[in-house]
Write a protein that binds this ligand. Structure first.
Ligand SMILES: C[S@@+](CC[C@H](N)C(=O)[O-])C[C@H]1O[C@@H](n2cnc3c(N)ncnc32)[C@H](O)[C@@H]1O
Length: 174
């Protein structure tokens, strides 16, 4: 699967059209399949990676040792000392659906708060009707994003041949 996933994550990052000097917050990286592409796209920028899992962050620390522009933080985004309004980009890939429903809006509100004015947030999640019923409906994802005060730039449903249906949205803080 890795030979497919590499290009899949690489393209997602390439489509963000980063200039290279941005500050980017990656929320919920898991094993860090996308983290390397973000780190190498930011030669003059910085990447902050936040996850609940100490184990995943340990793995990423090893993978990204050679990138001095990467900072790892473990814990709940609401509790971490990360200044509001300090990121150009927030990325949450396949994670919003994993956040407990009773915390989801607060988490997304907090992530939106970390963006600078004009900053963008990239989200994508499996559609709940996917293979095993795990995920979030497109309507619920759009709703939680809009309720955070961000404006939708694009939203699309995708069906890659190697995975179930998913939704992808880009939002801006105006
Ligand atoms: C399915 S993985 C996503 C992996 C990766 N972003 C990707 O695109 O392949 C979900 C990740 O979100 C993290 N996570 C889930 N809930 C979280 C929360 N409330 N705060 C921070 N991280 C969370 C999990 O620990 C896990 O690393």
């Amino acid at each position: 699967m890795t030979f497919i996933q590499g290009p899949f994550y690489k393209k997602y990052v390439a489509d963000m059209e980063l200039k290279g000097d941005e500050s980017v917050l990656e929320f919920g990286p898991g094993s860090g399949k996308m983290s390397r592409y973000l780190a190498e796209s930011l030669p003059d920028g910085r990447l902050t990676i936040v996850d609940l899992s100490k184990a995943w962050l340990g793995l990423i620390r090893k993978k990204l040792m050679k990138y001095p522009n990467v900072d790892l933080k473990q814990g709940k985004i609401m509790d971490l000392p990360i200044a509001d309004g300090s990121y150009d980009v927030v990325v949450a890939s396949f994670v919003i659906h994993d956040v407990d429903e009773d915390e989801r809006q607060r988490v997304v509100d907090t992530l939106a708060g970390k963006l600078k004015s004009g900053g963008r947030m990239f989200v994508r999640d499996p559609e709940v009707s996917g293979r095993n019923g795990h995920g979030i409906t497109g309507a619920d994802l759009r709703s939680v994003m809009r309720n955070s005060g961000l404006n939708e730039l694009s939203f699309k449903r995708l069906k890659p041949f190697y995975m179930g249906p998913m939704n992808e949205g880009v939002y801006i803080k105006e």
